[in-house]
Design a protein around this ligand. Sequence first.
Ligand SMILES: Nc1nc2c(ncn2[C@@H]2O[C@H](COP(=O)(O)OP(=O)(O)OP(=O)(O)O)[C@@H](O)[C@H]2O)c(=O)[nH]1
Ligand SMILES: [Mg+2]
Length: 535
Amino acid sequence: MNGLAQSHSEDLAHEVQRRRTFAIISHPDAGKTTLTEKLLLYAGAVDLAGAVRGRKTRRHATSDWMALEQQRGISITTTVLQFEYEGRLLNLLDTPGHQDFSEDTYRTLMAVDSAVMVLDSVKGIEPQTRKLYEVCRTRKLPILTFINKLDQHGRAPFELLDEIERVLGITAVALNWPIGQGPGFHGVYDRERQEILRFRRTEHNERRAPVMALPLDDPGLAAELGDDAVRALREDLALLDTAGPRFDRGALLAGKATPVFFGSALNNFGVEPFLAALVELAPPPAARSSDGRIIEPTTESFSAFVFKIQANMDPRHHDRMAFLRVCSGRFRKDMTVHHPRLERTVRMTRSHRLFARDRETIEEAFPGDVVGVVNPGLFVIGDTLSDDPSVRFDAIPKFEPECFALVRSVSVDKAKRFRRGLTQLEEEGAIQLLVSADAGQRDIVLAAVGELQFDVVAFRLESEYGVPVSIERLPYVAARWIVADSAAIADMHLPYGGAPQLRDRDGRLVLLFRSMRDLEYCAERNSGVALQRLV
Ligand SMILES: Nc1nc2c(ncn2[C@@H]2O[C@H](COP(=O)(O)OP(=O)(O)OP(=O)(O)O)[C@@H](O)[C@H]2O)c(=O)[nH]1
Ligand SMILES: [Mg+2]
């Protein structure tokens, strides 16, 4: 290797080493978006923290940028935020917790190297957290845990650790410990540095909470925290030291142990110690597999895949953004790469760094980065882009639709915009459009994993495309794609009451069923016809 090539690859290795790409996951309402906002505050990426719900005059949390998210106070779509902290470059992906949006969350988990699991200290491990944890476990993703809402009267910290171990089957290692709970929550004890971090609330929680560091044997401790809190802390720490597990980085990286931190994202208590630990403990970008071959991030040859598409993020540009996760090599603006699905090359013009809905043109990106590229219709979720045409990353799993609805434009003169809006929203992967197989029928059926998606479609068609629509739920519970010749299809035995025949965007035939019994009947009576779950 000559000198220049060597310094080039050292640069690449350095850029890889300093990146942390992680998703924040949990059941709805545990505080992912609030924690995200406070991580931005402590990293200096925002000057004042916004809130998920709040008075009209207050800023909204950065990552809930979509109008419907702000209106409802819930996250609907994954937000990407890139920012720096202490020389590290973080790609944070704040995911929606609601199961109707979980396909987006699952895809995001394909694009990250670790996850932050947020638990509500009052509720412990909730069902959606458990499901998402299972996905992390299959992917062997390292997980850091933030137990939130210590400002409320929640469960005892030992009980929460025990629940993590019992329910998730992972070792939970408390790296800090809460001092008090509910209104008496004062801060956290850092077990490694052996110091107490005592926080104070600020008005509206918009700014960093003033913090004071005290050793455990500080003579003024009881006056500061109260006798009971100091006694309880000492007892807990003694128990932890004798009976608690020790932290083992290898076990974290293997997904077998999770370091646990306590705090209150709303009040900015415990956020800074968590951020400082996160950049140390979360791993840099990992190698990825392509057809059984391992692609190291430091390979010079560029590779990436598309894991998300989002239209109309910026109201000034009515365009569609494809989110690329860079896996190896360097991304350079205007580079030409292979696009194996289309069997052609494409030039990567218009590439951006993303900060929620804001974008900034970038010239270069490195493994771990999420790059937003304007999508003129060339990219779909799961596409690989690379220098080496033989690289093809694993497919991104799709979910079966279980909810169906008819969608109609309320105004007749907006048919073109209605069509365009639906087609663009379909590209994002949260809904599928089905049209009647009978050419005379022009109804459009939406198929989705969860019914909240219909509200999102209706809201976005109106707000982003200016097309008010009506949505009518249909009584079907399952869809199957039909693979058979037309004669076999014409002879099919259908359940009593029928099963409508529709076509997807690629013209493939789909049957809808009112019940699983109807579906089973159809499968049994038509052995020559394959009924596929998804294509
Ligand atoms: N008391 C208290 N409330 C909190 C805390 N953190 C968040 N919340 C509140 O919990 C609610 C949900 O917070 P979010 O940050 O939107 O939760 P989320 O996990 O992002 O929710 P989804 O994205 O919809 O799944 C909001 O009303 C927050 O103000 C906390 O530390 N203490
Ligand atoms: Mg959220």
